[in-house]
Ligand binder design. Sequence first.
Ligand code: ADP
Ligand code: MG
Ligand code: ZN
Length: 502
Amino acid sequence: MTVTDLVSYEDALATYEPVMGLEVHVELGTKTKMFCGCSTTLGADANTQTCPTCLGLPGSLPVVNATGVESAIKIGLALNCSIAEWCRFARKNYFYPDMPKNFQTSQYDEPIAFDGYLDVQLEDGEVFRVEIERAHMEEDTGKSTHVGGATGRIHGASHSLLDYNRAGIPLIEIVTKPIKGAGERAPEVAKAYVAELRELIKALGVSEARMEMGQMRCDVNLSLMPKGSETFGTRSETKNVNSLRSVERAARFEIQRHAAVLSSGGTVVQETRHFHEDDGSTTAGRIKDNAEDYRYFPEPDLVPVAPSREWVEELRKGLPELPRVRRNRLREEWGISEHDMQSILNAGAVDLIVATTEAGADAASARKWWMGELARRANEDGVELAALPITPVDVARVAALVAEGSLNDKLARQTIEGVLAGEGTPDEVVDKRGLKVVSDEGALGKAVDEAIESNAAIADKIRGGKVAAAGALVGAVMKATRGQADAARVRELILEKLGVEG
Ligand code: ADP
Ligand code: MG
Ligand code: ZN
């Protein structure tokens, strides 16, 4: 089916109610792998971070990574789940070359965390509760690279390379219960859920959850049922969607595609699908019926995991403030709208602004610099705000120099430019570039006098009550002082000297 065969989104939603299920895999940021001591550092040469255990060599024995379990419990608790008193790992048997053991060590009917929920906030501020089925521990596979084909896919490749450095890196898989009742907002709910989960994971410090690096990826299950029906339709499962925007687009596309199939009298096939970034479409992967048999059985080489209640309670006490709660608190403290807060969040500026206020700036100027000048620069350079070579302490210092009147807006921007160019701290840049506001009243007074003298006609107008004309004289003085005067003070001086009231 091609994109043109779709039913329009509005028509699809007029007839059907979407049901979604989101499966999110998070790669934990542990130093070592889930069942062996191999390093998890990215960027190493292929197959240099492997050992008999993660290569599945005969006679090797796995050992559970305690930090991996701790991270899983933290995630479970933050998702309001129950934590199993006792649970086991299981072998999920299947063959694929990126999995040298011939089975994935996972959890099956005994997940470490189950029955929770995550409240997500939609763009209009409404809160939608997404129920969590389970969060379980497992391990990542290796990585295959298909060489010789045009698209990097196995189809048409001459050979494939395998790197097992990733094999055995701990994963937590978080599975939602079927999400219904979202209607036309289903794609927005999917995106908001993954966004909220990502913030949560980062706040817990268990993973950087960078989707563009595959540290967090989402499978989007979707089906439609006729409005008013309670019987779920057949689902498709769009695999490994790796950005927030793609999650939303994939759900939207599948709603339109399912509607097209159903309304033309066809049946939806239960299958996996691939998402395509370029046109936002999905195409069929492999057929997946429920009888798919992995021959799960309890892992005989690992002892059960039985976290003590004391440990669980200790971890619960150590949980950070939830991102949504923190965001709402900051939004109120800063006195800004939902919409402004959303922009700050999208720009990745929340923590930077907080750090800048902690370094002494008031929230309004911290926001102004990060969301204005610095956001513009980050955008121009195509980097994240946090990657700019300027610290919250620097920004707070610039704000302080403005507040005390040493810098005006324009000079502050030049100071920031100097810091970004590697010329040093704000004070060093101000010194080297000679960027102090001319605050010497004598020098300023002289510049004002000169401006009045050489613009006699304008000065007369101002004397005659046309105060708005003062702008031209302010401009002349700013020019004469190379922008290094406080414009408000210059205006005051002009009006004072011409004997009119501002
Ligand atoms: P699988 O291993 O086949 O992917 P899981 O149970 O791990 O199965 O995940 C299936 C996901 O899809 C869950 O989030 C579940 O809530 C959801 N789901 C189940 N049935 C449907 C359906 N008919 N339509 C949409 N989502 C569904
Ligand atoms: Mg699945
Ligand atoms: Zn290993």
